[in-house]
Ligand binder design. Sequence first.
Ligand code: ASP
Ligand code: MG
Length: 435
Amino acid sequence: MIKVLKFGGTSVGSAANMKKVAEVVRHEGARITVLSAMSGTTDALVKIVAAAAAGDRDTVESQLAMLTDKYTTCIDGVLGAHREEALGRMKAAFELIRSEVGAFREYTSERTIIAQGELLTSAIFTLYLNETGMKAVCLNSPDFMVTDEDGKVDTCRLREALAPVAADQDTFYVAQGFICTNNRGEIDNLGRGGSDYSAALMGAAIDANEVQIWTDIDGMHNNDPRVVDKTSPVHQLHFEEAAELAYFGAKILHPTCIQPAKYAGVPVRLLNTMAPEAEGTIISNKTEQGKIKAVAAKDNITAIKIKSSRMLLATGFLRKVFEIFESYQTPIDMVCTSEVGVSMSIDTVTHLDEIVDELKKYGTVTVDRNMCIVCVVGDLDWSNVGFETLTMEAMKNIPVRMISYGGSNYNISFLIKEADKQRALQSLSDTLFNK
Ligand code: ASP
Ligand code: MG
């Protein structure tokens, strides 16, 4: 069984946690272990970049001092024989950062600085595996994660480059998540939180049987534990269900990770480094028939309604409306239409005023702010009966601004006031899961 394991920043965030990770890697027989930078590193490096651009050397030095402390403590905690080597790596990485700060070039310096977190963390971890007697090799992800003009990773090249890894059963490979080489040959990255995406692509490239995403929570829950009582873990999800939930900031899996795994048919398992025996959540191409899986919500939503008698029997009305949003690069999330009006929800309000001004040319416009999308996810194929009634029943005392059903086989969404969110989520949990 070929497995790719990805560990987030908290999982490798201290010496003690790194040791737990090594245990898991050995136990699972990970072919490739994809690592984020130790928690807090990327944030600190981003601060260094901003300070460098502003000529603020004090902040650069204070952040580097903090990182020196953090990495030295970690190295001291995990390494014996290779301690000096790791400290040397750390010093070299921080010197490189200082020299980039000294001759700061927009973009390239930024990307070079930010890459050091993943590079250093993976180097230390590999040395630790070696010290525990495991045959481990650290790969350099920018050698094979190469993006094109659109920022898409070249998957053919990746597959070819990783063929020897796919064939080698005897080595534990370690790789950096998040970082890559861009189409100009410079070091770059896949965007914040991009390590999940790296792991999914590597898993697909070596025909892995499973990609495991290790974080510090027990998989996905059926509702937001910070908002409602009595949530429980969801053990199985379809990729489409996970995709619906990912938008809602179900934080444990980055949305970009789903597509490559789904296409390659590689199941993704979400697991907890702090409780490795917990079952977690498996996401695959299997649907659990007739089951509602989870409820999620997203705040800070704005609803825009445009009413126009011109819409009646007209063609091209919706296109004109959507084009306005497109021209301001504002994605639309929910849409509901009637014969004389259309309501849409957005979560980016940067260009709201301009959008509203342009929409006014076509009809009467109303805006509702501080709204919240509540989304119910599960096997909601239209031929199933009863689920619509059940969710409506749960929402019976909540004023609902929009309802969307039938867009996919996996969800029903409600737009409500943020102020009603807690009540709505609790009622949905009580009706759908806790009866
Ligand atoms: N270290 C990067 C970040 O903090 C990538 C990741 O953790 O996925 O965004
Ligand atoms: Mg992450």
